[in-house]
Design a protein around this ligand. Sequence first.
Ligand SMILES: NC(=O)c1ccc[n+]([C@@H]2O[C@H](COP(=O)([O-])OP(=O)(O)OC[C@H]3O[C@@H](n4cnc5c(N)ncnc54)[C@H](OP(=O)(O)O)[C@@H]3O)[C@@H](O)[C@H]2O)c1
Length: 238
Amino acid sequence: MKKAIIIGATSGIGKELAKLLVENNYKVGVTGRRFEILKELKNENPSTYFPKTIDVTDTKISVEKLEELTTELGGLELLIISSGTGDLNVKLDFEIEKRAIETNVTGFTCVADWAFNYFEKQNSGHLVSISSVGGLRGSRGGPAYSASKAYQINYLEGLRQKAFKMNSQITVTDIRPGFVDTAMAKGEGLFWVSSVEKASKQIFNAIKKKKKIVYVTKRWKLIAIILKYIPRQIYDLI
Ligand SMILES: NC(=O)c1ccc[n+]([C@@H]2O[C@H](COP(=O)([O-])OP(=O)(O)OC[C@H]3O[C@@H](n4cnc5c(N)ncnc54)[C@H](OP(=O)(O)O)[C@@H]3O)[C@@H](O)[C@H]2O)c1
């Protein structure tokens, strides 16, 4: 069986991807802060789910737990970072911004670096992270969220370039969802909201094909192009 770890497998996209991996003959290390949910997964399928409580904001413990989990799995071929937090923050409450930075920047970097270094030692492996279409431009509704996703997009590009220059067999995939119907999708004016099942299937197919950058659902690529070219003067009015 192939071995994978999902960071943030207690709900939403991460939880659905865990199911898809198990259906496709993976042993899956499932992680998150809510151990009760991880335990439920383990009870569903004890031989394929390997639960471990990980809070990515606690970077020292996260690394120790990743090491333990990889030993329990007997190796690692695929690591998916689906952990994330993003609250609307119209009043610019710094605690909300701080939580996004600690989870989506510091925690993300810790896990991505650990995975990359692990894969470098075995000269192969696949790092997948869920960034967002929201990382392509700034956002008045959640400035830290969109900035943290821009950070992830650039960081993953850096790792991809590093893997290429090292001539290694490491693949880095950046998944950029639009709206997906999870606890994360908040606020007014949501459109093209995908079900978790549909989005996760598209993500799983992209993983199988070892794609580099993927928009989920596919039509969000159109929004990405518009966001890229829309002039700042017009963007400011939105
Ligand atoms: N839904 C959307 O519309 C959308 C759009 C674009 C991008 N995304 C991205 O997709 C990813 C998955 O989100 P989702 O939509 O599936 O939302 P979700 O259901 O809220 O899932 C978020 C996951 O992140 C985990 N998490 C949060 N803080 C954590 C921490 N400190 N340490 C470890 N795990 C943590 C949560 O687990 P615990 O609470 O158990 O720790 C949960 O499993 C996120 O990165 C999000 O930014 C989502």
